[in-house]
Design a protein around this ligand. Structure first.
Ligand SMILES: [Zn+2]
Ligand SMILES: [Zn+2]
Length: 737
């Protein structure tokens, strides 16, 4: 007789029903039960029989399940049937599944007029549906989810108890007779009569701005044609909006996609994928000035139902929130947005989960926002300690480690705002409770003295009476890459916006010879002053002006600086903070060449230049050349001097100039990294917010790969600041040993 203990993603994914089916198929008596976070199976026979059973089980595993490890012990089943028995308390480190897009079988039921769940907006099964956003506590059973108030009807209950159905032990199962209810509200909150989906669709088709509640939050919904109204209302003059698109056919009309992009778009995470717009220009209002647009296919049956009532194939579908604040969860928060119409339901959202956003390069996926569909799936922690890391300032996600696993929370956002700070605190307590992280041994934070996350981290460190570990921003990026790639050492290009450096300079264009716990800065971009400090981020004309000033020229383009600004900035120059940031260099070039004027959202000038970098080509006659000093300085000013000397007539010229200037600087940094990597016999890595730029990654690959060096890129951890906490948690945890 044998008892099998199975570890991995084994709860909330239809695991016990599958065990039951396999065992009864083999005529085995015994039992299966959730044992804390794991699953325990008892069957007759010894170890060989248990291994045979396991092999069979692996073949039949449901799509979301994964057995990462197992133990076999002696055990004795009684009785001669195979049964699912009540859960027992056990070790808590459990894996909650992420919210998972509607599966093919459920989609078939949705479209089958004869099925009792046809067109049902809360349709789900053991393979799909909301999980992370509805689970309040473990073990994962209905009373501990936000489905608790909705008692199963008799027919659902029968299916739930019948091992032969797809909804055997499906905790969130429901049908039109026992589901939460959608309702249509007008601006003031008054409920409107009639079919809520038909009514909502009609208002949207008339050009209204609506709010729709989903699984882990709400979305603002409108026609792409009225995106401008939304911009005005929310003071988002240029920030791109994502589109929800009816199906993959409709997506192909809007974007030129690679097979890899289509695969990700239709996969079970179903994120927003940034893809190339087709040349028609019809999406200009949705993603102004950008080459990419974010597309997403329906992942909830409610989104499929909405399209049944719409005469269009694409809708603006963007997280409903006030700028900088977390995604809206409650009716009160939604009504405060004061939009035209609301499609809400009465199931509570337990945890927020914004849509994940990613970019695809060949067979690589770069997570820009790691949230719905991915969270809370853990990664290896790289150590056994329990630490908590808070990230940086923008795009925050926190990291918690325990028992060798690292959990990155959902996307939190801009931590400078109070509601976002409360969300961060709530998310951390939720994760600690869910994953049984009672004790914390260290708290990790950035070195920047003014980040809100630092204040929060200090509070936690005091409360828990544990050390506060400050980790340099770009070492955290580099460590996150090493963790992601499963390496101990690499020469890492950390190309980024800004991060507080060891020397008080704002870094962001560095080459760090990195190990998991230490680093050596071997190269960096030349420092340029940020006149007015942070203001130069939002107004990159200041960078253009400063570069001219340092080069002793005053032939800056018209509009760069008024005589008054010239005077004031000249006085401010000496006392201005300095930066080596690649992001700032890109902003400077973008604004100098007229591709953008101001930064109205994070990364805007660089993102607007990206399509030009994709189109541009080498012009050897221009003589772009980068200087590298023996101390590791990569000269940006000499490159800018060449750029400022050019007479640029056509758009083609300007694209080529952008390409040549950026390629010169990127190549200088990449060559420094490759030289050092060769010396040390380790790979070159790329991380940081600029590592999302595919043309820049191509420039780097072209310098590194022909030398036979391996290029490490991210996979499961975001290259940008959403991944910072994982690097902090790695460094802090290893530092405790
Ligand atoms: Zn399903
Ligand atoms: Zn029912």
């Amino acid at each position: 007789m044998a008892r099998l203990f199975l570890y991995g993603t084994v709860q909330g994914v239809g695991f016990r029903p599958t065990v039951h089916r396999v065992a009864t198929g083999l005529d085995l008596p015994g039992y299966v039960r959730n044992n804390g976070a794991n699953v325990e199976v008892c069957i007759p026979g010894g170890e060989p029989e248990a291994n045979d059973f396991l092999a069979r089980l692996r073949e039949e595993l449901p799509p979301l399940a994964e057995v990462t490890d197992y133990d076999i012990e002696e055990g004795e089943p009684d009785g001669d049937a195979f049964v699912i028995i009540p859960s027992s308390e056990g070790p808590r480190l459990s894996i909650i599944p992420p919210d998972t897009a509607v599966c093919a079988k459920c989609m078939a039921e949705f479209h089958d007029p004869a099925d009792r769940r046809s067109k049902h907006p809360f349709l789900n099964c053991t393979d799909c549906g909301a999980r992370f956003s509805v689970i309040r506590d473990l073990p994962y059973d209905r009373p501990l989810t936000s489905m608790a108030p909705f008692a199963m009807c008799e027919r659902c209950e029968t299916e739930y108890r019948d091992p032969a159905t797809r909804r055997f032990h499906a905790q969130t199962t429901n049908c039109p007779d026992c589901a939460p209810r959608y309702m249509l509200l007008e601006r003031g909150g008054q409920e409107l009569d009639g079919d809520p989906f038909a009514g909502f669709a009609a208002r949207v088709m008339e050009g209204g701005l609506g709010v729709m509640k989903g699984w882990g939050g709400m979305h603002i919904v409108c026609l792409p044609e009225v995106a401008d109204q939304l911009r005005e209302r929310y003071h988002r003059p240029a920030k791109p909006f994502a589109l929800l698109v009816r199906d993959i056919e409709a997506a192909r009309h809007l974007a030129d996609m690679t097979p890899g992009e289509e695969e990700v778009l239709t996969g079970h995470i179903r994120p927003i994928v940034l893809v190339h717009k087709t040349g028609t220009g019809s999406l200009e209002g949705v993603a102004p000035g950008l080459g990419n647009v974010g597309l997403m296919l329906p992942y909830t049956p409610s989104q499929m139902l909405l399209f049944e009532h719409l005469g269009v194939d694409a809708l603006v579908f963007t997280s409903a929130n006030l700028p900088g604040e977390p995604i809206v969860m409650t009716k009160e928060q939604a009504l405060a947005l004061d939009l035209d119409v609301y499609l809400l339901h009465d199931r509570e959202i337990i945890q927020r989960a914004d849509d994940s956003v990613l970019k695809v390069r060949g067979d690589r996926r770069f997570l820009i926002r790691r949230s719905r569909g991915v969270v809370p799936t853990p990664i290896d922690a790289g150590h056994q300690r329990s630490v908590l890391a808070v990230g940086a300032q923008l795009n925050v996600s926190t990291a918690l480690t325990t028992g060798g696993k690292m959990f990155l929370t959902q996307y939190i956002g801009d931590s400078s705002k109070h509601p976002t700070q409360r969300f961060l605190e709530d998310s951390v307590s939720h994760f600690r409770r869910m994953f049984g992280i009672d004790t914390i041994e260290a708290v990790a934070a950035d070195m920047h003295p003014n980040y809100s996350t630092l204040r929060i981290a200090k509070g936690w460190a005091e409360e828990e009476d544990v050390p506060l570990v400050r980790v340099q921003h770009h070492h955290a990026h580099a460590a996150s890459l090493l963790l992601d790639a499963g390496r101990d050492e690499a020469v890492v290009m950390t190309i980024d916006g800004l991060g507080y450096g060891d020397d008080g300079v704002l870094w962001g264009g560095e080459v760090l010879a990195s190990e998991r716990t230490s680093y050596e800065r071997v190269a960096h971009l030349e420092e340029v002053p940020m006149v007015g400090g942070e203001r130069a981020v939002f107004d990159p004309r200041r960078l253009v002006w400063a570069a001219h000033h340092l080069l002793d020229r005053n032939d800056w383009p018209e509009g760069t600086a008024s005589p008054e600004e010239d005077r004031v900035w000249s006085q401010a120059l000496a006392g201005s903070p300095r930066t080596t940031g690649m992001g700032r260099f890109l902003d400077l070039v973008s604004v100098y060449l007229g591709f953008s004027h101001r930064m109205t959202y994070d990364g805007e000038p660089a993102m607007r230049m990206e399509p030009l970098l994709e189109r541009g080509s080498h012009r050897p006659e221009w003589g772009f050349k980068v200087e590298r000093t023996t101390s590791g300085r990569v000269g940006t000013l000499s490159v800018l001097s060449t750029l400022f000397d050019l007479e640029l007539g056509s758009d083609r010229d300007r694209a080529d100039a952008a390409y040549c200037a950026v390629d010169a600087v990127v190549s200088g940094l990449a060559d420094s990294a490759a030289d050092e990597a060769e010396r040390r016999g380790v790979p070159v890595g790329v991380t940081g917010g600029v590592a999302y730029s595919l043309p820049i990654l191509d420039m780097i690959a072209a310098r590194v790969e022909p030398r036979g060096l391996e290029l490490l890129l991210h996979d499961r951890i975001p290259p940008g600041d959403g991944g910072i906490s994982s690097g902090q948690a790695l460094v802090a945890g290893l530092g405790l040993d």
